[in-house]
Design a binder for this molecule. Sequence first.
Ligand SMILES: *[C@@H]1O[C@H](CO)[C@@H](O)[C@H](O)[C@H]1NC(C)=O
Ligand SMILES: *[C@@H]1O[C@H](CO)[C@@H](O)[C@H](O)[C@H]1NC(C)=O
Ligand SMILES: *[C@@H]1O[C@H](CO)[C@@H](O)[C@H](O)[C@H]1NC(C)=O
Ligand SMILES: *[C@@H]1O[C@H](CO)[C@@H](O)[C@H](O)[C@H]1NC(C)=O
Ligand SMILES: *[C@@H]1O[C@H](CO)[C@@H](O)[C@H](O)[C@H]1NC(C)=O
Ligand SMILES: *[C@@H]1O[C@H](CO)[C@@H](O)[C@H](O)[C@H]1NC(C)=O
Ligand SMILES: *[C@@H]1O[C@H](CO)[C@@H](O)[C@H](O)[C@H]1NC(C)=O
Ligand SMILES: *[C@@H]1O[C@H](CO)[C@@H](O)[C@H](O)[C@H]1NC(C)=O
Ligand SMILES: *[C@@H]1O[C@H](CO)[C@@H](O)[C@H](O)[C@H]1NC(C)=O
Ligand SMILES: *[C@@H]1O[C@H](CO)[C@@H](O)[C@H](O)[C@H]1NC(C)=O
Length: 445
Amino acid sequence: MGSLLRLLWLTNLAMAQLESSSVEIITITGTTASLSGGEAPAATVPSDFEGSAIATSTLTSAISGTSSLNTTASSAQSEATYTRLVGGTRSSSVLSGNATATTSIAAPPVNTQPCNNYPELCNRKYSNITEVCAHNSPFVRQRNVASNQELTVTQQLDDGVRMLQGQAHYVNGTLYFCHTSCDLLNSGTVEDYLRTVTEWVAAHPFDVITILFGNYNWQDKDSDGNPLVTSRNFAKSIEASGLLPYIYQPPNTAMKLDDWPTLGELIISGKRVITFIDYNFNTKEVPYLLWEFYNMWETPFSPTSDNFTCEIQRPDGLAENRSREMMYMANHNLNVQISLAGLNLLIPNTAELNQTNGVNGSGSLGEMSTTCTDMWGRPPNFLLVDYYNYGSPMNGSVFEVAARANNVTYNRECCGKAASSGLNLQTPSSTYLALVVAMAAAAIL
Ligand SMILES: *[C@@H]1O[C@H](CO)[C@@H](O)[C@H](O)[C@H]1NC(C)=O
Ligand SMILES: *[C@@H]1O[C@H](CO)[C@@H](O)[C@H](O)[C@H]1NC(C)=O
Ligand SMILES: *[C@@H]1O[C@H](CO)[C@@H](O)[C@H](O)[C@H]1NC(C)=O
Ligand SMILES: *[C@@H]1O[C@H](CO)[C@@H](O)[C@H](O)[C@H]1NC(C)=O
Ligand SMILES: *[C@@H]1O[C@H](CO)[C@@H](O)[C@H](O)[C@H]1NC(C)=O
Ligand SMILES: *[C@@H]1O[C@H](CO)[C@@H](O)[C@H](O)[C@H]1NC(C)=O
Ligand SMILES: *[C@@H]1O[C@H](CO)[C@@H](O)[C@H](O)[C@H]1NC(C)=O
Ligand SMILES: *[C@@H]1O[C@H](CO)[C@@H](O)[C@H](O)[C@H]1NC(C)=O
Ligand SMILES: *[C@@H]1O[C@H](CO)[C@@H](O)[C@H](O)[C@H]1NC(C)=O
Ligand SMILES: *[C@@H]1O[C@H](CO)[C@@H](O)[C@H](O)[C@H]1NC(C)=O
């Protein structure tokens, strides 16, 4: 155990060192796109979208780019200090009997430390992994029809959910997670929710999670006609919750697939939380809170039919060649529409859950994952589901679907059973330990 603590200590030390270096960040001023109403408004690609494509190229070309671009320096980890968690091949020279030098290549070290539950994922880019997303993760209320999940956010993360999505409402100057109306289902403040998430993240140093904030009040204006609720409001909740030190600052506002670091790199840097907002981003003032639709697109949302299709719904007007450079999310929650207290609501169709969240069969998550993979040449990055703990042929089928997409073997117990053991450290191989030590030493020098 002593060596495990040492490993952790070194990792923390490395994180502290990384924080002190800085990197240039290219930002684009947030724009409010013209959108239509509803829970899932259609995003229109704003006029500066192509500007973001320029922003993803080199800094020099961005500076000579259009006026919608701006550059700002911000403290973030340096890419130069990234080290592969899995390591590479080493070679050593051997002087043989007849004085001929030969070179033997040592076998690559085998990493036994899981990243997001699988050692195989450590060396893969964040953009090359399929994860389960808890739709409306905070909406956990027993016997409330507006709920989307049965188990708490801590349990969601313990069970393997790695993307959390939630709709935030701005009420009395505070952001709350509420479903459609805070009178209907109020799950508390965004800050309190994020404090719980922060505790989990702190206790799980080998996990990378994603948070997608839904801004319900994206259309509201202040007395000057400016957007009332923007990523600035979310930043307040994020910073007050203690989550900020864990948030990864990407080098570009619009990250292409190849721009993303590996899970291992994120883990070693300590920046293991990626944040997105759907509307009213402002990467100039809150550079870490990325605009969702610069970085991923979504399949049709909130369908009430189980014909889950894989075409692009949001953002509207996204060029196909651009879409192939971005991550994408498969929306796979089946709803029924109800009218209640004057509100039209889409609520989860719980009767069909086993089929919807199933590994295979008509309307299943597994079927959609396969369909989308065939259509786009790679699986969805995020599988958005309601009540992730139900499915067929067994509970946990949603994680089986993700594992198949990732070409790994799902053999965990699901769901809501195994309480978090906190530090999920595997005994590291000596090679792995040596790599982390070397990495820490490099960061100190
Ligand atoms: C870039 O940002 C600086 C400082 O915030 C500001 O003074 C300048 O006008 C901005 N330039 C553009 C082109 O937006
Ligand atoms: C010495 O070198 C020759 C080729 O140059 C090789 O065939 C032979 O096996 C070597 N002998 C030893 C003992 O390594
Ligand atoms: C990850 O990369 C592998 C190898 O290129 C590819 O087969 C797989 O579809 C990719 N997965 C995702 C989610 O991008
Ligand atoms: C907002 O303030 C009003 C008036 O004080 C109060 O009735 C209401 O419950 C508050 N809403 C929330 C979500 O706290
Ligand atoms: C599902 O939707 C797609 C696209 O809208 C359509 O082409 C297809 O025929 C539909 N399939 C069924 C079974 O309704
Ligand atoms: C993407 O495709 C559009 C038309 O389909 C074309 O005008 C544009 O140049 C392409 N962009 C890139 C980066 O290939
Ligand atoms: C799912 O796959 C299993 C095993 O391949 C098969 O026995 C079963 O019939 C399939 N279920 C559906 C609904 O297609
Ligand atoms: C759904 O599947 C689970 C796990 O296989 C099972 O326990 C449950 O009874 C099923 N529910 C329905 C409504 O079929
Ligand atoms: C599946 O999960 C549900 C909800 O947690 C539970 O009621 C049911 O007993 C589970 N079924 C199995 C087979 O574990
Ligand atoms: C899936 O993983 C196995 C090893 O577990 C490997 O042999 C195979 O090439 C992988 N397939 C893909 C498509 O990456």
